[in-house]
Unconditional design. Structure first.
Length: 266
């Protein structure tokens, strides 16, 4: 374990960590982001992510879990004034805040698995939706989540929090546009299944058991024209009531569940 340091004022280190909460450019320039919560931090450690610093309230007793995390990593312990810890965490009772290194960009998954399942999120604008989608993708057996186009940051605190730690268990790939993903899909025999309220087929009536990339559109405008024309099929989710459509992350969850249901029957 590295030698511990103390932070009792809003010094340069504190200001740098604070900037990671709201400034995407600074997160990616520094190559790190902040994480708090028992499950997210535990999953980050369990999955071998680089934990650079572990911030905890100075002169307060720590739980067995927090002491275990501090002893398991090579992270630098940072004893910080409790009020500053609360300010960084946005809550009074945060016991640990981890400064986690951003990973190297992961590659698109190999298609050796005949039941490969990948989710593509086209230009998402809401970090919370990204995190929720990552959580659902993890829950229903997807191998990766791909974020395409001009999009919100998967490592925004709102996304990390909404993923409840699944962001550490599942590769999250960021692609500029469709071309890279389409080349991968066409050369690998992966069908691209787009979701659209005007889709030609009910999702339950389409075979999702083979290698599949599920395509989810932007929260406001849906799928881009390029993605719509590139999809092998557009499926719809039958809905009733006054609602005209589903939230993007909710729609993804429904389709992921259906894919998982079909695969469980084979």
């Amino acid at each position: 374990m590295s030698r511990s340091v103390r932070v009792s004022t809003r010094n340069a280190s504190f200001q740098q960590w604070q900037a990671l909460l709201t400034n995407r450019t600074k997160r990616h320039r520094a190559g790190e982001f902040l994480v708090h919560g028992v499950r997210p931090i535990s999953l980050a450690v369990d999955h071998g992510w680089e934990i650079r610093d572990l911030i905890y309230p100075d002169r307060q007793s720590l739980s067995t879990w927090a002491r275990s995390i501090l002893s398991r990593t090579g992270a630098r312990p940072v004893a910080m004034s409790p009020e500053l810890v609360a300010e960084l965490a946005g809550k009074e009772d945060a016991e640990l805040i981890a400064v986690v290194g951003l990973p190297e960009p992961p590659p698109l998954p190999t298609t050796a698995d005949p039941h490969l399942l990948v989710v593509i999120f086209d230009r998402p604008t809401t970090p919370g939706n990204i995190g929720t989608l990552i959580r659902s993708a993890d829950a229903f057996g997807a191998a990766a989540v791909v974020i395409t186009g001009h999009a919100a940051d998967p490592y925004d605190p709102k996304s990390v929090r909404a993923s409840t730690g699944s962001i550490f268990a599942l590769p999250v790939i960021q692609a500029e546009g469709p071309d890279e993903v389409l080349d991968w899909a066409s050369s690998s025999g992966v069908q691209i299944v787009g979701t659209d309220e005007h889709g030609a087929v009910d999702v339950a009536d389409h075979d999702l058991t083979g290698p599949t990339a599920l395509l989810i559109g932007n929260e406001t405008t849906g799928l881009s024209t390029a993605w719509k024309s590139s999809a092998d099929v557009l499926v719809r989710i039958p809905i009733t009531g006054a609602a005209s459509s589903l939230n993007a992350a909710t729609a993804a969850t429904v389709v992921l569940y259906e894919a998982n249901r079909q695969r469980s029957l084979h």
